[in-house]
Design a protein around this ligand. Structure first.
Ligand code: SF4
Length: 242
């Protein structure tokens, strides 16, 4: 009997993926595997526990032990929308190590919660390749079209309170709204909705700039040139424009 391992992120997509798998394979072994980046919104853990309780499962939590900021310092590289080493060190590697130990590829299916609105066949093919030798499935991406709002409605209909970051207007419930892959718009939204989290990210970025020189998560591409745009500068611009 296969072991079904959900690569659970604490977001709506992976929660509904877990629900689909648990419904499809009643009585079979299902694991909710989640990596702790140590910078998640506490409400992510509340939601994750609610999902686990709904399905009668325990959360299986793996962790590297560092934050993304600590990974950037160790790697001497500040993550950005093109390259984010935090994903590898804090999520992929610990999850894969757990799979190596507990989920033999021949008996295991890994499930990834790509949402229908995020469906991108090239990205899915890359995930499939990255997870080899495990077999991967994408129950939501391979299912009917659904908007984010429709997915959140389904989450509510299950009696679950969605993670608060969605209610605050974020598209993803990860790293407390401070994902280095996010663009200008999300960082401005973070500044407007969770200014203390923005301040934390800004302080961490400043520490990394001390260490690494003129680097930044964002880039300013105005005027046909490209240069690092520190969060501090983006904040000052926003405050001047207000
Ligand atoms: S969500 Fe963003 S900041 Fe967090 S580990 Fe992934 S890429 Fe890094």
């Amino acid at each position: 009997m296969p072991h079904h391992v959900i690569q659970f992120s604490g977001g709506a997509g992976s929660a509904l993926t877990a629900v689909r798998v648990a419904e499809r394979y009643p009585g079979e072994q299902v694991t909710l595997l989640i990596a702790d980046t140590r910078v998640e919104d506490p409400d992510l853990w509340r939601f994750s526990k609610d999902v686990a309780d709904l399905l009668g499962l325990e959360l299986t939590v793996v962790r590297d032990g560092r934050t993304p900021w600590e990974v950037f310092a160790d790697q001497r590289f500040l993550g950005n929308d093109r390259l984010a080493p935090c994903t590898y060190w804090l999520k992929q590697k610990p999850c894969r190590e757990w799979m190596d130990e507990h989920a033999p590829p021949g008996d295991t299916i890994a499930y990834v919660g790509i949402e229908p609105n995020d469906r991108d066949r090239r990205r899915i093919a890359a995930i499939v390749r990255n997870w080899l030798p495990w077999r991967t499935e994408f129950p939501l991406a391979d299912g009917p079209d659904a908007t984010k709002d429709e997915l959140l409605e389904e989450v509510r209909a299950l009696g679950l309170r969605p993670p608060r970051l969605y209610e605050l207007g974020f598209s993803h419930n990860n790293c407390f709204g401070s994902c280095v892959r996010a663009g200008h718009r999300q960082w401005k939204h973070l500044l407007a909705t969770l200014p203390e989290r923005y301040a934390h990210a800004e302080a961490k970025e400043e520490e990394l700039r001390e260490l690494l020189g003129d680097v930044a998560i964002l880039r300013d591409r105005r005027g046909g040139t490209s240069r690092p745009l520190p969060l501090r500068e983006l904040r000052l611009r926003e405050q001047c424009a207000a």
